[in-house]
Design a protein around this ligand. Structure first.
Ligand code: NAI
Length: 421
């Protein structure tokens, strides 16, 4: 692939490519020849990421011929960076991701027992990707529920607040002792509530961070004709945090931009969406029983983690859904599963999550026609019973015939279908 610039001792910036521009109003201007950096990823990353590039290239060529072309630039992170004597998240990588505005990555492992911050956390914080967006929809793959075509929900998980800020005090540590003493002596908290041997995790949630996330989700719902938006949280128990989150979401609906468009009562009409307040545990149950009730779910960081995985499970698991981390213009798309070390190198990894993340990236670039052909081609291949062993065995369990493909054969089939469309 002549438009892929692999890392060869350093990053190679193609002279034929141009950088995406971030405008003052946080929108982006995309040239016809954008430079998009990619991180191969660890474990199965080197097997699945090239499939995504292959499929995205085919879709762009199909729709735009030679008038648009992505210039892919490999940047290192994780195992490959370490093997080349670099930090697991080299500064050179972070700098190019920032300069390029939009990028994509395979899964990155967090080595157990080596210490150091998770690479995903470094990435998310470095460009303030405050919304994690996971669209979950069904394409014909084996699924654990009846009529999975009822599932078509986009989960907006706040990505910069909540217990993930790692303000934590281990049981019996100096920190825990100090915090406990403060609560008991200064804040009238009972000893029953914080026993001497308690670990303490702090859960901050701010109006600024919540509202910018909610605005993004409202804009998405309106642009995509989504009618029903659930604001999920346990505001009944955590009034100061999740309760405030829900109240702030309703306040955003009153802002000039959304007045008359985001409604709180009645049936939404053309150009409108309605918001509902839902309690997370109730909603998780409803999501399994009546997934068709949910178009968009807006939630906090921890709840979002649970909700997006459950939603993904309804359509066969995280291997079938894409994901995007979006900030003010900056965007990083990624596969939702981990490095799957148990199957790495065996040519059996399912590349769909990163391929669909590539399609989601094309939508973000506003190259929507190209992303559409990826979804169409993937649907065709799956509905013909073809796929990697996880998909093929699922079909067999349902008593259906199937064709088992390797990772790259699966990518080839999708490319073939794109060309045939
Ligand atoms: P995992 O997702 O890597 O694996 C869980 C199970 O699902 C394994 O049996 C694996 O073989 C299977 N699986 C995952 N992706 C698959 C695919 N594409 N095709 C076929 N089978 C697949 O989760 P695990 O084992 O908890 O995590 C492994 C490593 O990945 C850890 O270091 C973790 O920190 C990292 N991780 C990275 C993420 C990221 O970069 N966004 C997300 C989740 C985990």
């Amino acid at each position: 692939m002549e438009n892929v610039f692999w890392w060869k001792g350093s990053v190679e910036i193609p002279t034929e490519g141009s950088f995406i521009q971030l405008n003052q109003d946080k929108t982006i201007t995309v040239p016809d020849n954008p430079i998009i950096p990619f991180i191969l990823g660890d474990g199965i990353g080197p097997e699945i990421t090239p499939e995504m590039i292959k499929v995205v290239n085919a879709s762009v060529e199909k729709i735009y011929g030679n008038s648009k072309k992505i210039y892919w630039v490999e940047v290192l992170a994780g195992d490959k960076a370490e093997e080349n004597g670099l930090d697991r998240m080299p500064k050179e990588t972070l700098d190019l991701l920032k300069q390029s505005i939009v990028s994509i990555k395979g899964p990155l492992g967090t080595p157990v027992g080596k210490g150091g911050k998770s690479l995903n956390a470094i990435l998310r914080q470095s460009m303030d990707f405050y919304s994690a967006i996971r669209p979950v929809f069904y394409m014909g793959q084996p699924s654990p529920i009846p009529n999975p075509e009822r599932v078509n929900v986009t989960v907006f998980r706040e990505n910069s607040d909540d217990v993930y800020m790692a303000i934590e005090y281990m049981p019996k540590s100096e920190g825990a002792k100090k915090v406990r003493e403060f609560f008991i002596k200064e804040m009238n908290v009972s000893e029953y509530a914080i026993p001497e041997d308690a670990g303490i995790t702090v859960k901050p949630m701010s109006e600024f961070k919540t509202k910018r996330h909610v605005r993004k989700a409202f804009r998405y719902a309106l642009e995509n004709g989504k009618k029903h938006i659930a604001i999920a949280g346990k505001g009944n128990i955590m009034k100061a945090t999740e309760g405030s989150f829900i109240n702030w979401a309703f306040e955003v609906a009153q802002e000039d931009e959304f007045k008359g468009k985001i409604i709180t009562e009645g049936e939404p009409q053309e150009g409108q969406a309605r918001i509902y307040k839902v309690i997370t545990d109730q909603m998780l149950m409803q999501l399994v029983l009546k997934p068709e009730y949910y178009d968009v779910i807006i939630t906090q960081n921890l709840n979002g983690d649970y909700i997006s995985d459950l939603a993904s499970a309804l359509v066969g698991g995280p291997g079938f859904v894409p994901s995007g981390n979006i900030g003010d213009g900056y965007a990083l798309f990624e596969s939702t599963h981990g490095t799957a070390n148990d199957i790495a190198g065996k040519k059996v990894a399912n590349p769909l999550s990163i391929i669909l993340s590539g399609a989601m990236m094309l939508e973000y670039l506003n190259w929507k026609e190209a992303s559409k052909v990826i979804y169409q081609a993937v649907k065709k291949v799956i509905n013909a019973g073809k796929g990697t062993p996880d998909i093929a065995s699922g079909f067999r369990k349902m008593g259906l015939s199937s064709t088992e493909l390797t990772t790259s054969e699966f990518g080839d089939e999708i490319v073939k279908e794109i060309k045939n469309l």
